[in-house]
Design a protein around this ligand. Structure first.
Ligand code: IMP
Ligand code: MG
Length: 176
């Protein structure tokens, strides 16, 4: 199979939207401190770029979760391969995710992290495949709502490839 990628959201539009999201966050968290949780590996580019434009005091932590195999569809099974290093009790937590598909990964995380008593726990996602949602979940901040496509780039991968693309591309598998 040949992997074909076409630009869905270009680099400039992604950059612009990330700044807009940071402005919204700055307004909502004014006077507070914000604890960003980056869900590895997919949201690493997004979290770092977003964090640059957040003006309230920021702390950051990282967590590694896997819900996808190497294919195009979710395995449905969520495993925590690396937990947080900091305690989130009493913190204003913002979970930063690359994409919400079924919503299973984040609803699992929200449930798990909620038990650790953060002051607040909200979600910021770059992309949302809202049509694919099966779990009950609300993201306070969404960059772009997209159709049911498989996307790569800006942190998102296909079989660990293409994370470094500076844009969001649609991946199609074509017969050779
Ligand atoms: P969910 O649990 O079904 O919401 O799946 C969310 C996770 O699946 C994301 O954090 C991504 O890692 C992965 N994922 C979902 N859709 C895509 C896609 O189009 N491209 C790459 N990864 C995806
Ligand atoms: Mg992810």
């Amino acid at each position: 199979m040949r992997e074909e990628i076409s630009v869905l959201i270009d680099e400039a539009r992604v950059a612009e939207r990330v700044k807009e999201l940071a402005e919204e966050i700055n307004r909502d968290y004014e006077g507070k401190k914000l604890h960003l949780i980056c869900i590895l590996k997919g949201s690493v580019f997004f979290t770092c770029e977003l964090a640059k434009y957040i003006k309230v005091p920021v702390t950051m932590d990282f967590m590694s979760v896997s819900s996808y195999g190497d294919g195009l569809t979710s395995s449905g099974c969520i495993t925590i391969s690396q937990d947080l290093t900091m305690n989130i009790e009493g913190r204003e937590v913002l979970l930063v995710e690359d994409i919400i598909d079924s919503g299973r990964t984040l609803s699992y995380l929200v449930h798990m992290l909620g038990k650790r008593n953060p002051a607040s726990l909200q979600i910021c996602t770059l992309l949302d495949k809202a049509v694919c949602r099966t779990a009950e979940l609300h993201a306070a901040y969404t960059g772009f709502e997209i159709e049911d496509l498989f996307v790569v780039g800006y942190g998102l991968d296909y079989a660990q490839k293409y994370r470094n693309l500076p844009y969001i591309g649609e991946l199609k598998l074509k017969e050779d």
